[in-house]
Design a protein around this ligand. Structure first.
Ligand code: ATP
Ligand code: MG
Ligand code: MG
Ligand code: MG
Length: 492
């Protein structure tokens, strides 16, 4: 490929290095020093203290003005959870790299906008007709970001490719308080720009079309949200950007799906070697009736998440981050078992070497820890293999029973028992139910878990934490203190 993934990443990093940016290596994807965060989910995470003005004066960050990097991110739980999209769409992964450039009180909108447009259209040579940019349209007594709008025009973006965006998409806030500001997103249209089909009746592109993909977000941090909710201008303004690496590679390799790029094809090749499965055809949903393309995507996505999480110390267990890792592994193992009809026990570890070969130079931690990663994966997979078959049989029984009752609902008690006895994460059971056209009522599952909690007296505290963890989307847990890893939990 003219634009191999490796060349794309290096070109991005070099472009900003040449413009005075310091390369800062990716921080750990498991943010052990930040208990409020499940996984690193954006490039800015490691710079939080700079934005908050609490940076340690002795640290290298104290004098950092311009930075560039490619950050390892996981969005498989918490506020950002893309797990359910994986396999189903062409551009959400649970693990991905976020390319980013930062200005800490240095340059602002004009340079940031100029850099992104020049890099995309001149350096990467993307057809301008395929690009759309957005600016904050104003809300809640907030001024629209007409400055950004004008700067995009000046940078050369045609007027009808500059679109207003709302508070949800175009105003970024770190939390209830703290630094915030308007942002400009850049979207890439996968369809043929000459086709004319990208306009709706109002003459505007439909940004919600699944073939119009958000590739880059430029955040202009210029306010502070005060405790009384008012906004005060910041003395130092910052730029924080994030671009999906795999999405950029997809655009540059002129593919329709991230999975058709050399980020994923080596992994597919390896999966095929191991399983003897048919070729990957790149089909989705109903166009993939045997589910094998979907399984390729899920397994390749999950092996990346597992490898990088474990390399950074996120080992599978029953609490917090560890439980996310466990869920991802069990989900992936079940896909492999069902769709590739392969044995579970050392499946993922056989794929790891291809990933290390592909990404070990950029992220040496996965090469250094390769042995440990494979060992942990095998151990975890083997322990699940024992219950996977029996759990599937049990699920079948429950599904049959529901059918006999003439019901499309899988009772909450059954879902809970699958978890409690066979270690089936609720999201996995949901997925299986979905395949069978069965529904699961979240409230019912919660009630069943509540009853189980009531019933278990001895290790009340541990069970309570565990139950809560499994029932709710992990989002609710982001601010929960880390649960002590007691021996009580081992039996789950
Ligand atoms: P989307 O709307 O597509 O879910 P987002 O608005 O949640 O993306 P941001 O938080 O703005 O994403 O992150 C910055 C960039 O990271 C996005 O513009 C996108 O290119 C990329 N990105 C976000 N989530 C994912 C993901 N799950 N997989 C791959 N790339 C992603
Ligand atoms: Mg998102
Ligand atoms: Mg978005
Ligand atoms: Mg965004």
């Amino acid at each position: 490929h003219e634009w191999s993934a490796l060349r794309v990443r290096n070109t991005f990093l070099d472009y900003f290095k040449e413009r005075g940016h310091t390369f800062v290596p990716s921080s750990s994807v498991v943010p052990l020093s930040d208990p409020t965060l499940l996984f690193t989910n954006a490039g800015m995470n490691q710079y939080k203290s700079i934005f908050l003005g609490t940076v340690d004066p002795a640290s290298d960050f104290a004098s950092l003005k311009r930075a560039v990097n490619s950050q390892k991110c996981i969005r498989a739980g918490g506020k950002h959870n893309d797990l359910d999209d994986v396999g189903k769409d062409s551009y959400h992964h649970t693990f991905f790299e976020m390319l980013g450039n930062w200005s800490f009180g240095d340059y602002f909108k004009q340079e940031a906008i100029g850099y992104s447009w020049e890099l995309l259209t001149k350096v990467f040579g993307i057809d301008e007709k395929r690009l759309y940019v957005t600016y904050f349209e104003g809300a809640d007594g907030l001024e629209p970001d007409l400055e950004a709008k004008e700067l995009w025009t000046k940078a050369g973006v045609p007027e009808d490719h500059i679109l207003p965006g709302n508070m949800k998409d175009n105003f970024w806030e770190m939390g209830d308080q703290g630094p915030c500001g308007p942002c400009s997103e850049i979207h890439y249209d996968l369809r043929d720009p000459e086709g004319g089909q990208y306009r709706n009746a109002a003459g505007l592109v439909n940004m919600d079309d699944p073939e119009v993909i958000e590739i880059w977000n430029n955040v202009f941090i210029q306010y502070n949200r005060e405790p009384d909710r008012s906004l005060q201008p910041l003395p130092n303004k910052h730029v924080d950007t994030g671009m999906g690496f795999e999405r950029l590679v997809c655009a540059l390799q002129k593919k329709k799906s991230n999975y058709d790029t050399d980020v994923f094809t080596p992994l597919f090749k390896r999966i095929q070697e191991i399983t003897g499965a048919r070729d990957y055809r790149g089909k989705f949903g109903k166009d993939d009736p045997d589910g094998i393309d979907t399984a390729y995507r899920v397994v390749a996505d999950h092996v990346r998440t597992l490898t990088f999480a474990i390399a950074d110390g996120g080992v599978p267990n029953n609490v917090g981050r560890g439980y996310v890792v466990r869920r991802v592994l069990r989900r992936g193992a079940r896909y492999a078992r069902k769709y590739f009809e392969t044995d579970i026990g050392d499946f993922f570890s056989k794929i790891v070497p291809s990933l290390v070969e592909q990404m070990g130079a950029m992220f040496p931690e996965i090469a250094k820890k390769e042995g440990d990663i494979k060992e942990i994966l095998d151990e975890e997979e083997k322990s699940f293999a024992k219950s996977l078959d029996r759990g599937e049989q049990m699920f079948e029984k429950y599904a049959q029973k529901a059918k006999v009752r003439g019901s499309n609902d899988l009772p909450g008690d059954d879902v809970w028992r699958l978890y409690d006895t066979y270690g089936f994460p609720v999201d996995l059971t949901k997925l299986m139910a979905e395949e069978r056209g069965l529904n699961i009522n979240d409230n019912e599952v919660e009630e069943a878990q509540e009853r189980a909690r009531e019933a278990s007296k001895g290790d009340k505290k541990a069970t309570a934490a565990l139950v809560k963890l499994d029932v709710h989307d992990l989002g609710a847990l982001e601010n929960m203190p880390e649960v002590p890893k007691t021996d009580d939990l081992a039996k789950y």
